[in-house]
Design a protein around this ligand. Structure first.
Ligand SMILES: Cc1ncc(C[n+]2csc(CCOP(=O)(O)OP(=O)(O)O)c2C)c(N)n1
Ligand SMILES: [Mg+2]
Length: 364
């Protein structure tokens, strides 16, 4: 039996409050943290969130009609996704995961490209030169390592810009998660790492995923700040993100942010049924925290938003989506030969043979 050392005393969880600005009724609960945004900016933030919800709903329908392919629902995560992106500058670099298409489009990716990507068309991965972003990462955690590299590059080039990346709660169990944050921390690289904790990695609940009481505390091991924020509160997410960006640009190194959020829909539209692992009560509890509801109440209370404005904006967004879809559906179909041509700089003979075979087929 061991003597003198009580390991139970060595469990350590930093005690910090979850950052919150708005409560569920849209009331300001923390005036000191109220971000410095003009009325126009507050409205813009809400309009982007609403845009994201409409895009979610339309993408779901388009997928069911067979007009879109892969889609990872985003409803419920608007404060986390749009609130964080709102703190990004155009020249900042975005490294998203598969659920982060809304931030990508807000960062400058044409919506039609996002739809091409969903449909598996290679043109969906060909980005405008000016867009500082990589396509959505499917390999869980890989974007954390890439972000460390991008951020170090920004630092070495003397850019006053930051790399922003996102993973989920499940992503924090991957080796890449630690490697990326450790490297960025060691080199004081300007990065903001997000874990959007929506409670589940597909069907695996957060508490089964890791013994760590919070995900934010995973930052402690690599010596960088780790902040837990109410991920249903866009103003809180923005406030923390803006502080993190300022911190990184000032040369203090990276920040890790855990947003406490929820996805209202399934993991993806490829066969997941959340009813098999979530209760209706739990879903109701989270719907009561809907990020759109509290922002809408907040703005309406300030006289900045009305039902008429909302209907007009919905119409405009739907028209944007229709136009992007029309562009995609009238574009030439993907050719297998094109896809193969893009795989190598110097095409090996065996691939050339396949290209020739497909070209012959496509010409018929
Ligand atoms: C390296 C790797 N392992 C497994 C998968 C399969 N996979 C896709 S999504 C997912 C769950 C991720 O959950 P989380 O990180 O919480 O993100 P969320 O989808 O909830 O946003 C898994 C295991 C993958 N894409 N990459
Ligand atoms: Mg998750």
């Amino acid at each position: 039996m061991s003597k003198g050392i009580d390991l139970n005393k060595y469990f350590d969880t930093p005690k910090h409050d979850v950052v919150q600005v708005l409560d569920e009724k849209g009331k300001v609960v923390n005036k000191d943290l109220m971000p410095d945004l003009s009325d126009d900016q507050l409205v813009e933030l809400f309009k982007e969130m609403l845009w994201s919800r409409i895009l979610n709903d339309r993408s779901t329908k388009l997928n069911r009609q067979g007009r879109l392919g892969f889609f990872a629902p985003t409803a419920g995560e608007e404060a986390s996704q749009i609130g964080s992106h709102f703190a990004m500058e155009k020249e900042d670099f975005l490294l998203p995961a598969y659920r982060d298409v809304p931030q990508l489009v807000q960062h400058g990716l044409p919506l039609a490209k996002a739809f091409q990507w969903s449909r598996g068309h290679i043109d969906g991965n060909k980005y405008p030169e000016t867009l500082k972003a990589l396509p959505p990462q499917i390999i869980i955690g890989a974007q954390y390592v890439q972000t460390a590299g991008v951020a170090l590059g920004l630092k070495k080039n003397g850019a006053k810009n930051v790399a922003f990346t996102y993973t989920g709660d499940g992503g924090t169990s991957q080796g890449d998660f630690y490697e990326g944050m450790n490297f960025a921390g060691a080199f004081k690289a300007p990065a903001v790492f997000y874990s959007q904790n929506n409670g589940y990695a597909i069907s695996v609940p957060r508490h089964v995923q890791t013994a760590a009481p919070t995900l934010a505390q995973k930052a402690v091991a690599v010596g960088i700040p780790g902040v837990q924020v109410d991920g249903m509160d866009a103003l809180a997410v923005y406030a923390v993100s803006k502080a993190a960006r300022d911190f990184a640009v000032a040369g203090n190194g990276p920040v890790f942010i855990e947003t406490l959020t929820y996805r209202f829909g399934p993991h993806t539209l490829s066969g997941d049924d959340p009813k098999r692992y979530r209760t209706a009560e739990e879903e109701e509890e989270w719907h009561a925290k809907d990020p759109l509801t509290r922002m809408r109440l907040f703005l309406t209370d300030k006289g900045l938003w009305s039902e008429e404005q909302e209907s007009a904006w919905e119409e405009e967004v739907n028209a944007q989506i229709d136009a992007a879809m029309q562009e995609v559906e009238s574009a030439p179909k993907q050719k297998v030969s094109e896809y193969l041509k893009d795989t190598f700089i110097d095409t090996p003979a065996v691939i050339q043979e396949q290209i020739d075979k497909f070209v012959a087929k496509e010409e018929n």
